[in-house]
Design a protein around this ligand. Sequence first.
Ligand SMILES: NC(=O)c1ccc[n+]([C@@H]2O[C@H](COP(=O)([O-])OP(=O)(O)OC[C@H]3O[C@@H](n4cnc5c(N)ncnc54)[C@H](OP(=O)(O)O)[C@@H]3O)[C@@H](O)[C@H]2O)c1
Length: 267
Amino acid sequence: MSQLNKLHFPYAAVVVTGGSSGIGKSFIKHIKNVNSDVPLCNLSRRVPEGFSDELKRRGVTVDLSDVASRAKAIEAVLAFLDEVDCNGPILLINNAGFGSYGEFHRGEAALQREIIEVNLNAIIDLTAGLMPILLKRGGMVMNVASITAFQPTPYIATYGATKAFLLHWGYSLRHELRDTSVSVMTVCPGSTETPFHDRAGMNVKGPTSKFAQTPDQVAHEALIALAKGKAHVVTGWSNKVMTKLATILPWGLVTRMSGAVLAHLRR
Ligand SMILES: NC(=O)c1ccc[n+]([C@@H]2O[C@H](COP(=O)([O-])OP(=O)(O)OC[C@H]3O[C@@H](n4cnc5c(N)ncnc54)[C@H](OP(=O)(O)O)[C@@H]3O)[C@@H](O)[C@H]2O)c1
């Protein structure tokens, strides 16, 4: 925490998705510690503790898998940013996401589409919806991807691919926006102790749990990388090693290795 307190946090308002749990909740906690006064707007189905209709802590209830619900939520965020009496830069943290464990050919296409709605389409809509005000005031889009962005991920194939999209997309947008006051960064956590695995139907006692980080560690590393202007950050040393290996080894081998590890996460 101490390292964070010393860092410059130039944002005049923060919009975060998925702050009701896990990594998103930790982002809110750390940001409040860095600047207790900064207006925060959260989007999730459950309203986080301490959030309501108030300006400083605005809780917007939304189902991000639903196009109409998130369109209303974007309007609510724009109203919030309008009400916030500031002209400074905005930090948008696209953190909400979920996965589901199992072979694609045994599952339901509807669930795969729901993953794509929350993990990708909601991020595209929210980022596009806020882009005019971001361009006007300046700011940062921080997308929470995963180490699954670096490798094929059998048994969580769709989930892993959504995160690969975010990593590539983030780098491309950052390049396109390089002459503006808006930038993009991507956060790539590995296994993190949150309700994520339970919801995904995964066994958290698998081999990867030995290297799991806490959500506080992930949010802390991400905010430090943000202050340093990084384009992406892989949190945790073991995740850094794994992702480096995945980029060097042949894809066939990487897929077999990743498949072997993920097979152990079956319940
Ligand atoms: N935990 C890990 O091991 C891990 C590793 C790498 C990356 N990540 C990524 O980190 C991000 C945060 O996950 P987490 O681990 O903190 O999981 P989590 O504790 O389950 O939190 C997920 C958050 O997303 C929100 N959310 C999910 N579906 C939603 C929907 N349809 N509409 C609105 N909000 C929705 C949830 O809010 P409500 O339930 O209140 O709607 C919750 O606040 C995700 O993008 C995940 O892919 C996690």
